[in-house]
Design a binder for this molecule. Structure first.
Ligand SMILES: Nc1ncnc2c1ncn2[C@@H]1O[C@H](COP(=O)(O)OP(=O)(O)OP(=O)(O)O)[C@@H](O)[C@H]1O
Ligand SMILES: [Mg+2]
Length: 636
């Protein structure tokens, strides 16, 4: 055995030396500038900070040969031009306190210096009231008077010319161009009050005209349609929410505003490529926000589908640290819980309003008023509009749920419980549907198809409803409400069976029933062992009284058998209630009378999230007259 120690690798010690300034700048630039799109983002940031109303981006070879960003903003004084290119030189903050409440996109005074270190830069700027514009050549430092209107143009030529290794990492011109366009798109979605244009090799690639005042919802809607397509707007709902101060929680922000649009579950995609989040006007990728938005869709989205949304979050700048990532794409919240709650609540309540009746003749969902948002129950549940006291919101909020409730009355029979209606004797005086079909969002029932679908007629055409899926959601929502009302361990309202139902049970089912008695009682189920092989159901939840008690008991026991600890049951209660709802819901092949069908339609209109069943599938679809006409080639 060789016992000689391994000789140390050849190592020559070098003295520690300070790096030359140019190299420091080039290394620092690597943090900020990864590709042409990073330059575009920084220059557009600067233009927006300068108060520009119109920003024009011109590119050659995907931005590698030239990036020029022209704005009509405030301009830079000639004597400040050379300083603008220096590292750590900024007009945007002057102290740590400024940094903590920064309201501009920039604050480090790094971007222009970084870009100048790795490309051939020129600044051309004119401040209003000055006779000339001045041009500064970044490489030579030479300043010459030139002609230009008020504003600034920054020209960046031959990106990475001095760092060829970096240049090798760039993709094709087309790919780099696509990234540049994406960078401008993100800005455009944040600022409908600013016009944007992008040119590549002399051709106009994209253009978004100025839509209106900053903060105006119609302007935002227009911009979203221009940038993401009208489909995005048609298949999304307004989110418009302000959190209230949490009394006794000084660690909570007084107000967090969340607005924007959230796609309806039907608009979800296979990839998460249409999720735009902004914090105080800055595009960010943030796990807290993404998670909050995702959980708002939890109850209505099918499987792995990715929701689409554009969400704008505004909060006290002091409660969010923007100085955590070199490209500022990440932020850190002082209290991520308050942000999570606000975003989740905002999106959830926007999605909860039933959309029946929002269907325009062309099948596109449209809001009657851009400021309409859902109203639930009491005042405490109301999402408030921007403006701390909600006073900016003039028109009365409109809710389809409320409208539908109102429609109940003229029929002379307030339909509040479909189950009760079913069990009503045949001669119960229920007036035939007296209102014209057009007055109900989901229309007037016409017939039942194959025991599965309800066909109804509204002012736009035909409505087809999957009756099991729809009723399942109604029952589920009711169970959830009852569960949350039954706090402190009290039970879901329960109803004893006239004749207790005994059934042959497996040993596991008997054991589960014995060990989960308390949980079963909370769920409104009285299931007791009769013998080692028989269980007896003596009571079921009132809401599910019409269903098959034995089937209900079996599936709840199966599910409970999978959750040992009661804390798990507590957490999984939504799934449990979902299982129960499935059993309580009207089954296929059940014959419904027209009155029962109408009652179901009215309940759908009044139930939150009723457009999707518990598994995220749609519960109803409209077929407009126009679509029917097309089917028969009428009018051709
Ligand atoms: N388009 C512009 N219009 C007017 N002033 C500008 C423009 N671009 C840059 N400036 C001025 O040049 C300064 C330096 O810009 P630079 O982008 O390097 O830093 P910053 O924006 O202050 O911070 P950051 O590094 O975070 O972007 C700015 O603070 C601003 O005063
Ligand atoms: Mg900047």
């Amino acid at each position: 055995m060789n016992t000689d120690p391994t000789p140390p690798p050849q190592f020559s010690r070098r003295p520690i030396r300070e790096l030359p300034d140019a190299l420091i700048s080039q290394i620092a630039a690597g943090e900020v500038v990864e590709r042409p799109a990073s330059v575009v983002r920084e220059l557009v940031d600067n233009a927006l900070d300068a108060g520009a109303g119109q920003i024009t981006v011109r590119l050659l070879a995907g931005g590698v040969r030239l990036i020029s960003v022209e704005d009509d903003g405030s301009g830079i004084l000639p004597e400040e031009l050379p300083i603008a290119l220096k590292r750590h030189a900024t007009s945007k903050i002057g102290s740590l306190a400024d940094l903590e409440s920064v309201g501009t996109m920039g604050f480090r005074g790094e971007a222009l210096a970084a870009i100048n270190a790795i490309a051939d830069c020129a600044l051309l700027s004119r401040v209003s009231g000055q006779a000339h514009a001045y041009l500064l050549e970044g490489q030579t430092g030479e300043i010459t008077p030139v002609a230009r209107s008020t504003g600034t143009t920054v020209e960046v030529k031959e990106l990475f010319f001095s760092t060829p290794a970096r240049r090798k990492f760039l993709k094709t011109d087309a790919t780099e161009l696509a990234h540049c366009v994406e960078a401008v798109r993100r800005h455009a979605l944040a600022r409908p009050d600013v016009g944007f244009a992008i040119w590549h090799e002399g051709k106009l690639v994209a253009q978004w005209r100025r839509c209106g005042e900053a903060g105006s919802l119609p302007a935002l809607e227009q911009r979203l349609a221009d940038v993401l397509g009208s489909d995005f707007v048609e298949r999304s709902v307004w989110v418009d929410f302000s959190s209230r101060a949490a009394p006794g929680r000084p660690d909570y922000a007084p107000v967090i505003k969340v607005w924007g649009r959230a796609g309806i579950p039907d608009a979800a995609r296979a990839r998460a490529d249409q999720q735009f989040c902004y914090v105080n006007g800055r595009f960010v990728r943030d796990k807290v926000i993404t998670h909050a938005a995702r959980s708002a869709f939890e109850d209505v989205l099918h499987g792995q589908r990715q929701p689409v949304y554009a969400l704008y979050i505004e909060l006290d700048p002091a409660r969010v640290d923007v100085n955590v990532h070199p490209t500022k794409i990440e932020v850190r919240f002082r209290n991520s819980r308050e942000v999570h709650q606000a975003v989740r609540h905002a999106v959830e309540s926007a999605l909860a309003a039933p959309r029946a009746g929002q269907t325009a003749p062309d099948g596109a969902a449209k809001l009657t008023h851009p400021l309409a948002w859902p109203v639930r129950g009491g005042d405490a549940d109301r999402a408030v509009a921007p403006g701390a006291d909600g006073s900016e919101r003039a028109p009365a909020p409109f809710s389809y749920a409320q409208a539908a409730m109102r429609f109940d009355t003229p029929v002379g029979h307030r339909v509040s419980d479909l189950g009760a209606l079913w069990s009503a004797p045949a001669d119960t005086p229920i007036q035939p549907t007296a209102l014209p079909a057009g007055d109900w969002p989901l229309g007037r029932a016409l017939a039942q198809l194959k025991g599965i679908y309800i066909l109804a007629e509204n002012s736009q055409g035909l409505v087809i409803v999957d009756m099991h899926a729809a009723h399942e959601r109604i029952v589920y929502e009711r169970l959830k409400t009852q569960w949350s009302e039954a706090r402190d361990g009290s039970c879901l309202p329960s109803q004893p069976l006239l004749i207790p139902a005994a059934f042959a049970a497996t040993p596991v089912e008997v054991a589960t029933a014995e060990s989960h008695t308390a949980t079963l009682l909370r769920l409104g189920l009285d299931i007791t062992p009769f013998s080692g092989k028989t269980l007896v159901v003596r009571a079921v939840p009132t809401t599910l009284a019409q269903g098959d008690a034995v089937e209900l008991a079996r599936s709840v026991l199966t599910e409970l058998g999978q959750h040992e600890a009661s804390s798990v049951v507590q957490r999984a209660h939504n799934e449990l209630l979902g299982t129960m709802a499935c059993h309580g819901a009207v089954r296929a092949n059940r014959h419904l009378t027209l009155e029962e069908m109408n009652a179901l339609l009215r309940q759908m209109e009044a139930t939150e999230r009723s457009d999707q069943c518990n598994h995220g599938r749609p519960t109803w679809r409209p077929v407009s007259l126009r679509e029917l006409d097309a089917l028969f080639m009428r009018g051709r």
